[in-house]
Design a protein around this ligand. Structure first.
Ligand SMILES: [Fe+2]
Ligand SMILES: [Fe+2]
Length: 243
């Protein structure tokens, strides 16, 4: 739990989601890194209690996402969980990371040239993941939900884009592999998300944010590749066999 007396740097090191909250309150990760949260709030005439409350909410939300057993959820509920926790995270975090990586590259790439490549990779990851989750939410997930909810009555009308759920699933799995390859390159270039000793608070916040995002992406892909997709393929086979 963050406190008012901790410095901005300490808070983002311990809680990567804090960087997004500070950004919303206009707390500058570079200029105010060594101030206590209380001091930074005083400078900006902010309520320290309100900032602490948002920091605590972000932690609760992050921990709450891990509490359920995905094996016990229906396919529709599992999809809702994936969208609410993991897709929202893609939408909230990746644009912010891309912006931070670009700022960092502009300021520090003369000292650490790989920051430019890292910024390009984060931007590619953002673009690929945005397009990927959109395809899932607009095409594949509605089809699986419909199959899940109406399987007893009828197989959903074949989607205009595919004849079997295996086709879009194959494409989604290929895209997961592509995201995984980008993340593997980022891990290599960031020395496993370890910032150098001279790193500023933006640098620390970006690397610790990317570390958390990588863990979240692994869980996200696991839920789809290992639970949702095999169960959807099995359900489709059962429905087809009954027709
Ligand atoms: Fe997804
Ligand atoms: Fe996916």
């Amino acid at each position: 739990m963050s406190t008012a007396t901790q410095s901005i740097r300490e808070i983002v090191t311990r809680q990567p989601s804090a960087a997004g909250i500070f950004h919303r309150f206009d707390i500058d990760l570079c200029m105010q890194a060594d101030l206590s949260l209380e001091g930074a709030c005083q400078e900006l005439q902010l309520s320290v209690e309100q900032v602490l409350e948002k920091l605590a909410d972000a932690e609760t939300q992050r921990c709450g996402g891990m509490a359920l057993d995905p094996e016990k959820l229906s396919l529709s509920r599992l999809i809702q969980h994936i969208v609410r926790i993991h897709h929202n995270r893609v939408r909230q975090e990746l644009p912010r990371f891309a912006e931070m990586a670009l700022t960092l590259s502009a300021k520090r790439s003369n000292r650490e040239p790989q920051l430019t490549t890292i910024a390009e990779l984060v931007e590619t990851l953002r673009d690929e993941m945005y397009s990927h989750i959109q395809k899932e939410e607009q095409v594949l997930f509605p089809f699986i939900s419909q199959m899940d909810q109406e399987s007893i009555v009828a197989y959903p009308q074949a989607h205009a884009c595919f004849h079997s759920v295996t086709h879009p699933i194959f494409i989604m799995e290929q895209e997961h592999e592509s995201a995984d390859n980008i993340v593997a390159e980022i891990i290599l270039l960031t020395n496993h998300f370890e910032p150098p000793s001279w790193a500023c608070a933006t640098h620390i916040a970006l690397f610790s944010g990317l570390r958390e995002f990588e863990a979240d992406l692994r869980q996200h892909v696991h839920l789809e590749n290992d639970i949702l997709f095999p169960r959807a393929i099995q359900l489709e086979a059962e429905i087809t066999a009954r027709r």
